[in-house]
Design a protein around this ligand. Sequence first.
Ligand code: C5P
Length: 223
Amino acid sequence: PAARPLDGLSAIVTSGPTHEPIDPVRYIANRSSGRQGHAIAAALRDAGAKVTLVSGPVTLPDPEGIATRHVETAAEMLAAVETALPADIAVFVAAVADWRVAAESNRKIKKTAEGPPALALAENPDILATIGHHAMRPRLVVGFAAETDDLLANARKKLERKGADAILANDVSPQGGVMGGSENTIRLVTIEGVDEWPKLAKEAAAERLAEWIAARLGRGGRQ
Ligand code: C5P
């Protein structure tokens, strides 16, 4: 078979939402479908990389030719990512819950005359920031910034704070239909500047990212 640009390299991709349990039957979740993350895992595979996909709960099938690890919570996602190290490339696409319920109840919380319960929240680990500053940091670390406001300013801050080489900024305002939809309009933000991509199907955006990664790390462009 013909040589591919990421032959011999390994990649970790996170995808989907996380579910943070409240009690045995309830959880906190978000609208991520996993489509963009799964498409990026497939594009990196097609470019020749050995891919581990760490996926939160999604309805998508496991992509062929990819080691898929299924997790539910942010804490489990971080543990699965660390287990998959070392890797050359890491792309953090998952919409990780910022908070979990501080004290998960192991019994179903009942309605009482006292009214609704107060849910205390605790901060979840930031998986991208943890790996971006990790002793085994992959050579290339890419994150997303799903924002509704101040897209570029927030993406630039995220690059620095999370130790990422690139942030793919996308506008998730409800009118855009990105969250759960099939298309994405991305701006690739690095310390060198901002590259505005056209509106693309999530699969095409994934291929474009794989090409960008290959130009950075792959055959011919290897640093
Ligand atoms: O800070 P914010 O959630 O906007 O950052 C988004 C980026 O950080 C995404 O790449 C997401 O996958 C990653 N992230 C993470 N762990 C968290 C929160 C975000 O890996 N707890």
